[in-house]
Structures are given as structure tokens and as C-alpha cells.
Design a protein around this ligand. Structure first.
Ligand SMILES: C[S@@+](CC[C@H](N)C(=O)[O-])C[C@H]1O[C@@H](n2cnc3c(N)ncnc32)[C@H](O)[C@@H]1O
Length: 456
């Protein structure tokens, strides 16, 4: 009998779907079960039944999986940050690699033997950037991470005033507490995107492997309150002597992105310095940078391994951000050319190339949604590294790659589904030869993938 809403079923969870739900098979149909892990036997309530799949929530854990472990954090189950803490790390890694393989097969139509996944060198305290949100709720100010939404619900989850986080480094929790107290005492409300009232929006703390720390506070553009942020900056710098930079920026756009539009005030340096393997980088408040620096080294080494450079290549680094990949590869190739939409990131790409004494790197600002513009103006190149945002490459970019047809493309992606779609888009001219899941985000459902595509 087909499953229907509110049915209670007993099932064995066979695997983990991208996003973190357990997958069971009932009469040949996939059932996605929230709050269940591979190996669990659970009683699950069906919340949605479709023709080809169903969704449910585990109500009773009948037999726990042998892969279950005790979660480390007091906020586990409430915080939206790391929902896989109760699954042993080796199993997290195996499940993530299987998700990539399955997406490439289901969506991309290719069965590729996966290289062994790369584990994160550290599974705790690995984040070099923490983004906290302010929220006004029940008349009070809250500052922390978004909580976990109940299964099936969509939208912005309430902010949880976290007191501990095992992904943070350094004294992030102490900084968070001090900022929370200061902002509460300021009597100024947190920003509410619905009414567009209030002031405080985001707190971002960045660390580097070289011990530099940047605190970035984002508020609205209400300049009558800016003196309070300056006072906060001064108090932080006095107490936390490890602070290299304090930045206040404003944002008028309603969207909840933690990106400042204008820098209003700063103390200390304009950028902080990071190190990944042999490469050094300048990072400014709004530049994209991989959030796990030790993990980034594994990612970049995989790109270099797949590239098999002999030193004579011109490498096109598409969606290059602050030039992280190009700068890392610059000593293995003849020349690097990077393209990216963010002006701030491109400025940092140039300054990072200079920091490394590189003279073979060039970068340009522009949207890749139009492909590569006037292709005739591009120098000849041998290899492309493409690392788009979660939504994947724009269709026009895929068309441009098919037209240019370089011998090799190394595709880097944080979403197996859009990677698989892009692999399919390129399949007329390219064959996928290798792929590896690189885990930059232990205890979360996120996974990075590197895939090698070779011209047929
Ligand atoms: C996943 S990040 C990769 C950054 C870089 N490769 C790295 O490893 O640090 C994706 C980058 O794509 C950029 N981006 C987003 N949309 C873009 C577009 N339409 N054209 C060009 N770049 C874009 C973002 O600003 C971001 O820097």
C-alpha cells in the first residue's frame, strides 16, 4: 500500500542524503527521515508523501546505529550549526563521498570511481570565520547562530544565544559574549528585516593560521548610532590584545547576507594575513575565503594533483575570489589568469600575488554569467579551474567552456547536485575521469568536491 501522510512506519536507515536526512527504502520507495542516522532502526511519522518519495520524522529510535556517538556541544539538537555531531567522523566522511558519487550518477549520468575522500585535518576548532546574527525578539537583543528549523519548515530560524561552539577558534566565545553584553547595554535594538527598524546586524570573527584576528561588526547606516560602534571597537581592542583589526561597516540592503556595503570605521590593519601551505593571503572584511584553512590545503593539493602541471601551462582560475587557488598554483604553472565578480576580492587577489612575490598572476573583475565576454581577447590557455558559488556555473559559462574547449577542466564545487548538472552540461566534449570529496566542514552536511574533466 502506498505511504500516506501521518502513517507511522518502522524502517532501517541505509544512508544519509545531502542535507543530512537519513534515507530508508520502503517497498522500493525512498523515504527521507529527519533525525535519523545510517544504521538506525526508527519509527518514523510520514509528513509528506509523493508518488516517488516520502518524507518523515523519526519519532522513536528502536535500535541505534553503531555509528552513533555522544555529541560534544550543549547546543546540539537546537543549534543549526552542526547537526551531524552524533555520527562518528569516519562515517560522516564515507556518507559524504557516497552522496557525491550518487549525485554524479543520478543527475550527471556518469559513474565515476571516486578517489578516497580527504578528511579535514582538524575536526574541531577548524573554522577561521564565524558569522553571528543579531536578532530582536520578545523585546530583547539576541546574538548567536540560527537555530535548527523543525523538519519541513522553511524560512529564517530564530537566533540562539550560544554559549559554546566547538568549531570556533581562539577566544571567539569570549568576544561574542562581550559584544552581546555591550549591545544589550547600549539600549539600541537589533535590526529587524521585516520592519527595517533597529541597528545591529552581524558580528563576524576571522582568525588566521598566523594568529591574526579580525572582528567585523555590521550595522544599518543610521549614523546617529555610529559612536556606539566605535566605543565597542575600542573596548574590544583594549581587552583582546590579539585583535589585529576591528572594522565597522554598514549595510542598507534588506537581505540577511553578512556582507558590509561601506566601511565606516576601523582600528588596526585593513586586512589580515593567512597562510595555506606555502602561500600567503591578504583577507579583507568581505572577501570570500575558504573557512577551513588546513582543509583548503588538502583541497588545493587535490586540484594540483588533478591538474598534473608541468610548469608550462596557462591556468584560467574562474570564480577566483581573492585568488586563493591561482596564487597557490602559481609556482606550478607558467601563468595564472583569474576572473571574479567582486572588486574587493580581486583587489585582495592582486595584493596576495604581490605578498608571495608572484609576477605571473593577473586578475580581472567581471560577471561570468555572460560566459567569458569577448573570447578572442583571451590568451591561449591549457587548463581551467572552475569554482562557482553553490548555484553552480551559469549556463552561459558552460557554453563558453564548450566553445573554448581547453584540454582539462578541474571543477571545484560545494554542491554535488549543481556539480553533477554542470558535468552533464559539459558532457558533449568532456569526460569525467576522477573525483574526490574533500571535507572542509566536519559535523555539518556540507561537502566540497574536486572533479577532473578531460576533453574527449
Ligand atoms: C566558492 S567561491 C570560490 C572562491 C575561490 N575560488 C576560493 O577558493 O577562494 C565562488 C566565488 O564566485 C564569485 N562569484 C559569484 N557569482 C559570480 C559571477 N556571476 N561571476 C563571477 N564570479 C562570481 C563569488 O564572489 C565567490 O568569490
Amino acid at each position: 500500500m502506498p505511504l500516506k501522510k501521518d502513517d507511522l512506519i518502522e524502517c532501517t536507515i541505509e544512508s544519509l542524503a545531502f542535507g543530512g536526512r537519513g534515507v530508508a527504502r520502503v517497498d522500493g520507495m525512498a523515504v527521507f527521515v529527519a533525525d535519523a542516522l545510517p544504521g538506525d532502526i526508527v519509527k518514523a511519522r510520514i509528513v509528506r508523501a509523493k508518488k516517488r518519495f516520502a518524507e518523515g520524522v523519526a519519532e522513536t529510535l528502536v535500535t541505534p546505529s553503531s555509528h552513533r556517538v555522544e555529541p560534544k556541544c550543549a547546543h546540539f539538537g537546537q543549534c543549526g550549526g552542526c547537526a551531524l555531531q552524533n555520527l562518528e567522523y569516519d562515517e560522516q566522511l564515507a556518507q559524504k563521498a557516497a552522496q557525491v558519487q550518487s549525485a554524479l550518477s543520478r543527475i550527471g549520468g556518469v559513474d565515476v570511481p571516486m578517489d578516497a575522500p580527504a578528511a579535514s585535518p582538524a575536526i574541531w576548532k577548524y573554522r577561521n570565520k564565524m558569522e553571528f546574527s543579531f536578532e530582536r525578539r520578545d523585546g530583547g537583543l539576541h546574538l548567536g547562530l540560527r537555530s535548527q528549523l523543525p523538519a519541513g519548515e522553511k524560512g529564517l530560524a530564530p537566533v540562539l544565544d550560544i554559549e559554546e561552539c566547538h568549531l570556533c577558534a581562539g577566544r571567539d566565545m569570549e568576544i561574542l559574549r562581550m559584544v552581546r553584553e555591550f549591545c544589550r547595554e547600549s539600549g539600541i535594538a537589533a535590526y529587524d528585516p521585516k520592519t527595517q527598524n533597529g541597528f545591529w546586524r552581524h558580528l563576524i570573527i576571522r582568525h588566521t593560521a598566523l594568529g591574526e584576528v579580525m572582528v567585523h561588526v555590521i550595522t544599518t547606516s543610521d549614523s546617529r548610532k555610529f559612536k556606539q560602534v566605535e566605543a565597542l571597537g575600542e573596548a574590544l581592542v583594549e581587552r583582546f590584545t590579539e585583535l589585529t583589526a576591528f572594522v565597522h561597516s554598514s549595510r542598507s540592503k534588506r537581505t540577511t547576507l553578512a556582507v558590509g556595503e561601506y566601511v565606516e570605521f576601523r582600528l588596526g590593519t585593513k586586512a589580515i594575513e593567512e597562510k595555506v601551505g606555502h602561500a600567503r593571503y591578504h583577507i579583507s572584511p568581505n572577501t570570500f575565503f575558504q573557512t577551513n584553512s588546513a582543509g583548503a590545503e588538502k583541497l588545493f593539493d587535490t586540484i594540483r594533483e588533478y591538474g598534473e602541471f608541468d610548469g608550462s601551462e596557462t591556468l584560467l582560475d574562474l570564480y577566483c575570489g581573492a585568488g586563493a587557488i591561482g596564487v597557490y598554483m602559481a609556482d606550478s604553472v607558467e601563468r595564472v589568469i583569474g576572473f571574479e565578480i567582486s572588486e574587493e576580492s580581486i583587489a585582495k587577489a592582486f595584493s596576495s600575488a604581490k605578498l608571495n612575490g608572484l609576477e605571473n598572476c593577473d586578475f580581472a573583475v567581471g560577471s561570468l554569467d555572460d560566459g567569458l565576454g569577448d573570447l578572442k581577447r583571451l590568451p591561449e590557455f591549457d587548463i581551467v579551474v572552475v569554482d562557482p558559488p553553490r548555484s553552480g556555473m551559469h549556463e552561459n559559462m558552460a557554453k563558453a567552456l564548450l566553445q573554448l574547449a581547453p584540454p582539462k577542466i578541474v571543477a571545484v564545487s560545494c554542491d554535488p547536485a549543481t556539480l553533477a548538472r554542470d558535468v552533464k552540461r559539459l558532457s558533449d566534449k568532456y569526460e569525467i575521469k576522477r573525483a574526490r570529496a574533500v571535507d572542509m566542514f566536519p559535523h555539518t552536511h556540507h561537502i566540497e568536491t574536486v572533479a577532473l574533466l578531460v576533453r574527449k
